[in-house]
Design a binder for this molecule. Structure first.
Ligand SMILES: Nc1ncnc2c1ncn2[C@@H]1O[C@H](COP(=O)(O)OP(=O)(O)O)[C@@H](O)[C@H]1O
Ligand SMILES: [Mg+2]
Length: 303
């Protein structure tokens, strides 16, 4: 036994017995009942909180505002699209494939510029920014790309460190501390995964690493493109729980693009339904299920 192990053991023995049990327990991130219970608790807390904000008189600032945006490629994709996200909200953009969901994320990142209308981040119109100023705005945002999109030839450590190396002057020890912190936040054990390559990870673990990388710069806004596509129901639940945890613990404002209506209902403060180039519905999940609009009823199907 090394000195370090010896010291830890002794400390462990001095702790309260229940603490010791906790440390001795294996991690059970995939325990379905625990995950479901966590999601239920989170949902209840989120519901309580949103009730709280309704009685609050102070307005919650709009972090993201999309105003009358029209955009065409060969054909018009978005026509007069408007919606807003207030601080700490999770907005889920749902809609069938090809309706322009990923395009909206590119507009927020200013990778695309609208033909008409404007996009504002923290009240600042980003439509006509210079390239350098657009980069600064982009640094307020963490992006989780479709399919996790990790760099295959880089270790998990280098993947998560990548935005820090690109956009900060942090020293290596600070980078390592940040990488560890973010991996822990997404319930991965840093010492186990840091040196692994993406090909050695399960689909769910890749998504977590993608989220950890998106979080590396401590962004105030997180954008997710189809974070649960291709995942089994249990892994979908754990990713949904993580997005909720971000909202609850870090107050991050999130835009989640998804065609998975079930997980959207679990995490959304508001749902934006994109159909026929427009936002066909914008409101809470409860308002959506209560709607008798025929298109919404058809979209929800048997939900
Ligand atoms: N860079 C582009 N050039 C031309 N057409 C594009 C481009 N990006 C997206 N589109 C078209 O815009 C529409 C919406 O695309 P997208 O936003 O990716 O849809 P979704 O994410 O909802 O599936 C599609 O018809 C797609 O072919
Ligand atoms: Mg898409």
């Amino acid at each position: 036994m090394t000195d370090e192990e010896d010291r830890r053991k002794q400390q462990g023995e001095r702790r309260h017995p229940s603490d010791k049990d906790e440390t001795a327990m294996p991690r059970r991130a995939h325990d379905s009942s625990r995950v479901r219970a966590a999601i239920r608790t989170e949902l209840e807390e989120v519901a309580e909180e949103s009730l709280g904000t309704q009685t609050e008189t102070r307005p919650v600032p709009r972090v993201i505002s999309v105003e009358n945006v029209t955009l065409s490629f060969e054909e018009t994709v978005l026509e007069n699209v408007s919606f807003a996200a207030r601080s700490g909200e999770t907005i889920c953009i749902v809609g069938e494939s090809g309706t322009g969901k990923s395009t909206i994320l590119k507009l927020l990142l200013r990778l695309l510029i609208p033909d008409q209308g404007r996009v504002a981040i923290d009240g600042e119109d980003i439509t006509h920014l210079t390239f350098d100023d657009a980069l600064k705005v982009r640094q307020k945002m963490g992006m989780v790309f479709q399919g996790a999109a990790l760099f295959d030839s880089m270790t998990v450590y280098e993947n998560v460190a990548y935005p820090l190396r690109e956009h900060t002057d942090l020293q290596e020890d600070e980078i390592e501390a940040r990488v560890r912190e973010k991996l822990e936040f997404v319930d991965l054990e840093p010492h186990k995964v840091m040196e692994q390559l993406p090909s050695e990870l399960s689909g769910g673990m890749k998504k977590r690493v993608g989220i950890a990388r998106g979080l590396a710069n401590n962004p105030e806004i997180m954008l997710y493109d189809e974070p649960t596509s291709g995942l089994d129901p249990l892994t979908t639940a754990t990713i949904t729980y993580l997005i909720l945890k971000l909202q609850r613990e870090l107050g991050v404002t999130s835009i989640v693009v998804s065609h998975d209506i079930r997980s959207s209902f679990r995490m959304a403060s508001k749902i934006a339904l994109l159909a026929n180039k427009r936002i066909g519905f914008f409101g809470t999940p409860e308002e959506m299920t209560g709607s008798d609009d025929p298109y919404i009823r058809e979209f929800l199907g048997g939900f």
